[in-house]
Design a protein around this ligand. Structure first.
Ligand code: UD1
Ligand code: CA
Length: 460
């Protein structure tokens, strides 16, 4: 169910597209469904339907085994009415698991247990006990047997005292669900078609209703406001941090850690405070990441050190950092930066779509774009590859053991031959021979005993 408006978010973005851990809420739910090997996922859209559908279609390629279907619910007349719209999309021999697009952190193993409780013959409800159950549908039992769900607004004082509530998640065989949906009405306090009324029908039809109760409130927490979104984000991040620490990763402070994707870590990885990891990142054995780094779509080999305030984003091309490399502080690695072992990239150095061979160094204030850099090259402070002529990108090749003097401009396409030297301040426009010293700058002129102009003394 992803048709609701989410008024309290006060956002132009449909609620289910708000992001938790960098991923739209409803995408978390679909990811969980894919883990269940669901045959198909039917998304009921309404508010912002076109936007929600476009967003999910764009990311659907990531779980090709679960077919994605959309049905629209317009207007929104309640949860029962929402599921009625999906009836034509539900195979009669299927088991239907009903989830909410704004409840992102349900775990697949919880749903597997719920599916097992349904066993293809029963109506299984996911329930939880709350100290304050205000607002939720109450689980009404007769002895141990579940008899009904009564919505808060329809409940008597005695029923409101019940603390076991319906989470909003159920598993039910499609062949049972369909006729029950057809019998729903809206004769209740909210004038809505309540999905929860099917419990009464199950009881009347002699179908067993079972409750699978969990303790973990995060798994059923829904999001209605920016504050709830932020609170769930922190709770989720803390869990991710704890899981990594249980694997041996040493986080300086698990409360100041953010993972918005997948992070794989070797042994003895250390991560200082306020780092953000996005997309797919892998950190080899003994990698150390300093404070305040943002690292996305990148693989960092064993023993590399990422100093504070480094920004790495490989986007689609990726970034790779070799063994024992030293990066930062204040370095920027962009898509296609491929750094071999023991490369050094220092402060305010930007690298894009460039390969640096073993031991190459660019330590200060430099740009390397569309470059192929050989082993042991020393790329001087302030140097630039001028890779863009206004229309096309060109490559710069710097062969092994070259020294590029400070503040040089290499106008691509150009090749600096192996072992060559470029004098500081040169603008190199033509390729150079191996071993050559190339200097391309104004010649120094020195005039002896030069007197600067002098100010005249003031007269009154
Ligand atoms: C629902 C349950 C309640 C349960 C609670 C758990 C019903 C009648 N009540 O209440 O027993 O304790 O969830 O959070 O089901 N939606 C649609 N179309 C609609 C109405 C809702 O798609 O016409 C979607 C919402 O966007 C949301 C989900 O269904 O994702 C649940 O709707 P919501 O209004 O939050 O249900 P509650 O009244 O809180
Ligand atoms: Ca709700």
């Amino acid at each position: 169910m992803a048709a609701g408006k989410g008024t309290r978010m006060k956002s132009r973005l449909p609620k289910v597209l708000q992001r938790l851990a960098g991923v739209p809420l409803v995408q978390h739910v679909l990811h969980t469904a894919a883990q269940l090997q669901a045959r198909s996922a039917v998304v009921i859209t309404g508010h912002g339907a076109a936007e929600v559908e476009a967003s999910l279609t764009a990311s659907a390629a990531s779980s090709p085994s679960t077919a994605l279907q959309f049905v629209r619910q317009e207007p929104q007349l309640g949860t029962g009415h929402a599921v009625q719209q999906a009836v034509p999309a539900l195979a009669d021999d299927g088991l239907v698991v009903i989830l909410s697009g704004d409840v992102p952190l349900t775990q697949a193993d919880t749903l597997q247990a719920l599916i097992a409780a349904s066993a293809g013959t029963r109506l299984a409800l996911l329930t939880i006990e709350f100290a304050d159950p205000t607002g939720y549908g109450r689980i009404v039992r007769d002895g141990a047997q579940v008899k009904a769900i009564v919505e808060h607004k329809d409940a008597s004082e005695a029923q409101r005292a019940l603390r076991e509530v319906y989470s909003g998640i159920m598993a039910v065989p499609a062949r049972l669900l369909k006729p029950w949906l057809a019998r729903l009405d809206n004769q209740n306090a909210q004038g809505e078609y309540y999905l929860t009324d099917i419990v009464k029908f199950a009881v009347a039809d002699g179908v067993e209703v079972v409750a699978h109760t969990i303790q973990d409130a995060l798994q059923v927490a829904g999001i209605n406001s920016p504050l709830q979104l932020a609170e769930l984000e922190r709770a989720h991040q803390l869990r991710q941090a704890h899981a990594l620490m249980a694997q041996g990763v040493r986080l300086q402070d698990p409360a100041r850690f953010d993972l918005r994707g997948q992070l794989d870590c070797g042994q003895d990885v250390e991560i200082d405070v306020n780092c953000i990891f996005d997309g797919r990142v892998s950190l080899g054995e003994g990698v150390r990441v300093g404070a305040n780094c943002v690292i996305a779509n990148c693989s960092i080999a064993a023993g590399a050190v990422i100093h504070p305030f480094t920004h790495i984003d490989g986007e689609k091309l990726g970034v790779s950092v070799g063994e024992g490399a030293l990066i930062g502080p204040f370095a920027r690695l962009r898509p296609g930066a491929q750094l071999a072992a023991e490369v050094h990239i220092g402060n305010f150095v930007e690298v894009k779509n460039s390969t640096l061979a073993k031991g190459a160094k660019a330590n200060h204030l430099a740009y390397l774009g569309d470059a192929t850099v050989g082993e042991r090259v020393n790329y001087g402070a302030g140097s630039i590859t001028a890779n863009y002529d206004g229309a096309n990108k060109h490559r710069t090749v710097i062969e092994a053991d070259v020294h590029i003097g400070s503040n040089s401009v290499l106008i691509a396409p150009v090749t600096i031959g192996a072992g060559g030297t470029v004098g500081g301040g040169s603008t190199i426009t033509k390729s150079t021979e191996p071993g050559a010293l190339s200097v391309a700058r104004g010649k120094q002129l020195s005039l002896a005993n030069w007197k600067r102009p002098e100010k005249k003394p003031k007269t009154n």
